[in-house]
Design a protein around this ligand. Structure first.
Ligand code: FE
Ligand code: FE
Ligand code: FE
Length: 244
């Protein structure tokens, strides 16, 4: 801003100087002496004017540099106030602890789901996802390490409730043809909870410039989305086989 303003000042000075020169040339040669005196006076006035302007510009530039430095102290790299950034970091850690707890509960629950499933495809699907879940927990531990924190879960009643529903399906539909379709639905509820958590965590990690954490979270998210689709396919297969 300061340099644009001073460029504009320079431009206007140049224009007024050339206009003054034009006017001087139009005057008669007889008035040369008095003109000279006038020009000298003008030049002196102009010189002092320029000094004043340059001092003002310097002052303005100095003030704006101080202002920018003060603003930078209050602002994070993303341009948001640091208070906001701190809040987002806190939220990221809270959600990370939430999903870490959830994954550990899911790891215990998946073998029970696999055991209950009657269809081979679904049984294998749950077993495969148990292995993936173990890997997801390791990725989360790397995320904790990346933010300099010890891996620690925070009890989450939401996932406890979702897994409880899964248990109810196993009990209520034991020995019934709809069991596996019920298990697919219970599994999908778990995957959707995880997808919600991981998408939020990924967005936060990206926003906070945590590239490695974002990649690890993205890998977990991809597996949950793949599992969600797989459960849809299993339910379709089971439904078709039952219909036959
Ligand atoms: Fe998971
Ligand atoms: Fe939760
Ligand atoms: Fe999952």
């Amino acid at each position: 801003m300061a340099s644009t303003a001073s460029a504009a000042t320079r431009g206007s000075k140049t224009r007024s100087a050339s206009a003054a020169n034009g006017r001087t040339a139009a005057r008669s040669a007889a008035a040369k002496t008095s003109n000279k005196a006038t020009e000298t006076g003008k030049a002196t006035a102009k010189a002092s004017e320029m000094t004043k302007a340059s001092e003002m510009a310097k002052g303005a530039a100095g003030a704006s540099t101080t202002k920018n430095a003060a603003a930078r102290q209050r602002m994070a790299p993303s341009g948001q106030p640091s208070e906001m950034q701190e809040g987002l970091k806190e939220l990221f850690t809270a959600m990370l602890k939430d999903i870490y707890y959830a994954e550990k509960q899911i790891l215990k629950s998946l073998p029970k789901m696999a055991k209950a499933a009657k269809t081979e495809e679904l049984k294998q699907g749950f077993e495969q996802h148990r292995e993936e879940t173990a890997g997801q927990i390791e990725r989360l531990e790397k995320v904790f390490a990346a933010i300099g924190q010890k891996a620690k879960g925070e009890q989450c009643e939401a996932i406890q409730g979702i897994l409880e529903e899964g248990k109810e399906v196993m009990e209520d539909f034991k020995g019934k043809p709809a069991l596996d379709i019920g298990l697919c639905g219970a599994g999908k509820a778990v995957e959707h909870y995880e997808i919600a958590r991981y998408s939020s965590l990924r967005t936060l990690a990206q926003h906070l410039g945590m590239k490695d954490a974002a990649k690890l979270i993205e890998a977990n998210l991809a597996e949950e989305m793949k599992t969600d689709k797989l459960l849809d396919q299993c339910a379709q297969t089971v439904m078709l086989s039952k219909a036959v």
